[in-house]
Write a protein that binds this ligand. Structure first.
Ligand SMILES: [Zn+2]
Ligand SMILES: [Zn+2]
Length: 555
């Protein structure tokens, strides 16, 4: 009996950090029914994109296929899996599914964004099951750096796929259950067609340390701190927040929350029971009233974000929190690639105030939430897939994950790119088509296509500035007034001290004067000659060519 094909396509997350969005399809080339997994962003700080905050997957293919999409399932609440929903969901308007903490975190985030549309989320219980047309989806608990990370077992008539989402193995996680090896093994016994797996740490040997070890180090650093302590971590890492709170209590310190994201996640974690037993946190205003050895500030800003709490404290500009010589700051985090400079600025600001700064370079104050090589091998051993497709990583991570899987004996290993449509069954796994994919930029309130020239033009402007020239001509081609020349973002004088504005003005007049009389009433010819002359004259002095706009007005 023809049961149709099972296909998989990533629209983001392959060959890049973040922006995870995958689709699974059941049917044939004429009509498929789709399931979407995750809808994340990546942060533009990783690239030089002036004025752009976020990068999102281009979903024009999904918009076309909208009536065949059965639902969108979130594996967990990290921004690289959920961050594009507020902008993209209204274009799809498909049923959305998530476990309780993820759903509550999404709702809190949505309420925090003025003008965000109402987006209903169907809550799936932990360890629950969901049936959408030909897809039966089991949520399987995995350890990660946020509560409620789920691997998905996606059963279809053509076979079962395990989509790992973000995971690691931690025998002693501080929150939630351990990665559910028995359930994954049982699925392996039933037979798994394909494993689509997290590759983030595929270049790292061995196993990740446990959150419990991190908690121990943090507790010791807090216990021995001579004066004030501030800790910064990812707000959504509730297990870590709990570890800090427990350590503070043991050391007789009150925890003050600093930063809106920290307050928001703490609120969600309280509502969903993940901070049960932890004494209430204190507001930022109480910080100044508590003795130095009785307070701990838990701050946002571990990535050096300039508007976040820690950056403002480092600049001595925070309204409630100050630090001084002898105080201790713990970065319970790692630098997300691209943020190193910003973090360095914050650390230097603190050190300049005499504050002691502790990072994961010297102490076990952070571990990643992703599996290292021995953990990847465990997953392969549990699931025993016929096909493995590395996901969630840059080219190097995917390649390392692939070669590890081949050596572990996985029969078919396939590395694909965003937009590749992979047939998983029937037959050998292969790329059978390419679907439209790409990136969108969140530019202020608008979503723009990454292919448009806007951002490239902005980058050029930031590199070499702009000259604007306005010329008023009579109908016969006579100059009616001195040309207006304005420079922006260009040095005022050249190496000899001559005014660049004068140089540009001379170039305009020379170019106009050397045009044959007959061509002086041709607006386009005038504009082009002036543009070239101005760029050439400035480039000769500066070795850089600015953008030049010429307006020719005939009166
Ligand atoms: Zn994650
Ligand atoms: Zn992720």
């Amino acid at each position: 009996m023809a049961q149709g094909e099972l296909v998989f396509a990533p629209l983001g997350g392959i060959g890049e950090i973040g922006m995870n969005l995958s689709i699974y399809g059941v049917g044939n080339g004429l009509r498929r029914q789709w399931l979407i997994v995750d809808c994340g962003v990546s942060f533009a700080s990783e690239e030089h994109l002036p004025g752009v905050d976020l990068i999102m997957p281009d979903i024009r293919y999904l918009i076309e296929e909208r009536k065949n999409i059965l639902g969108l399932v979130l594996t967990h609440g990290h921004e690289d899996h959920m961050g594009a929903l507020i902008d993209l969901w209204p274009k799809l308007n498909v049923p959305l599914y998530a476990t309780p903490f993820t759903a509550a975190l999404f709702e809190a985030k949505r309420l925090g964004e003025p003008g965000a549309p109402k987006i209903p989320v169907n809550v799936v219980p932990l360890g629950g099951r969901l049936t959408l047309g030909p897809f039966t989806i089991d949520f399987i608990n995995v350890s990660h750096s946020i509560p409620e990370s789920n691997a998905l077992a996606i059963r279809t008539p053509a076979g079962t796929v395990i989509h790992t989402g973000d995971w690691k193995i931690d025998p002693t996680p501080l929150l939630g259950g351990v990665t559910d090896a028995p359930r994954l093994t049982a699925l392996g016994d039933e037979g798994v067609l394909a494993l689509i797996g997290d590759s983030t740490n595929a270049v790292r040997d061995g196993r990740s340390p446990s959150e419990a070890d991190v908690a121990k180090t943090i507790a010791e650093l807090i216990r021995t701190a001579p004066a004030r302590v501030a800790v910064t971590t990812f707000a959504s890492h509730v297990g870590r927040v709990r570890a800090v709170a427990d350590a503070a209590r043991a050391a007789g310190r009150e925890v003050v929350l600093i930063g809106r994201a920290m307050e928001r996640v703490a609120q969600v974690a309280r509502e969903t029971g993940y901070l049960d037993g932890v004494p209430d946190f204190r507001s930022a205003q109480t910080y100044g009233y508590l003795p130095p050895d009785k307070v701990l500030a838990l701050c946002t800003g571990s990535q050096g974000e300039p508007r976040a709490a820690l950056a403002r404290i480092a600049e001595d500009e925070h309204p409630d929190v100050t630090l001084a010589r002898g105080d201790r700051v713990i970065f319970s985090s790692r630098a997300i690639p691209g943020n190193e400079k910003a973090i360095g600025r914050v650390i230097n600001g603190l050190v300049a105030q005499g504050v002691e700064v502790i990072t994961d370079r010297t102490h076990l104050v952070h571990v990643s939430g992703h599996p290292r090589r021995a953990e990847l091998l465990d997953m392969i051993g549990w699931v025993r897939p016929r096909i493995l497709i590395p996901a969630h990583g840059e080219a190097l991570h995917l390649a390392e994950h692939a070669s590890l899987a081949r050596r572990a004996g996985v029969p078919e290993v396939l590395v694909c790119r965003n937009g590749d449509l992979v047939r998983l069954a029937p037959g050998k796994a292969e790329i059978i088509d390419e679907i439209p994919s790409g990136r969108l930029y969140k530019d202020g309130a608008l979503l723009v296509d990454a292919e448009t020239r806007t951002i490239a033009a902005r980058r050029r402007l930031s590199f070499s500035g702009i000259v604007t020239v306005a010329l008023a001509l009579s109908e016969k081609g006579a100059l009616l007034a001195a040309p207006e020349v304005e420079l922006m973002g260009i040095p005022e004088t050249d190496a000899a001290g001559l005014s660049m504005e004068e140089i540009a003005r001379d170039a305009v007049e020379d170019a106009f004067g050397s045009l044959p009389k007959a061509r002086r009433c041709d607006q386009d010819a005038v504009a082009e000659a002036v543009r070239r002359a101005v760029r050439g004259a400035i480039a000769e002095r500066w070795n850089k060519k600015p953008i030049c706009h010429v307006h020719v007005l005939v009166v």
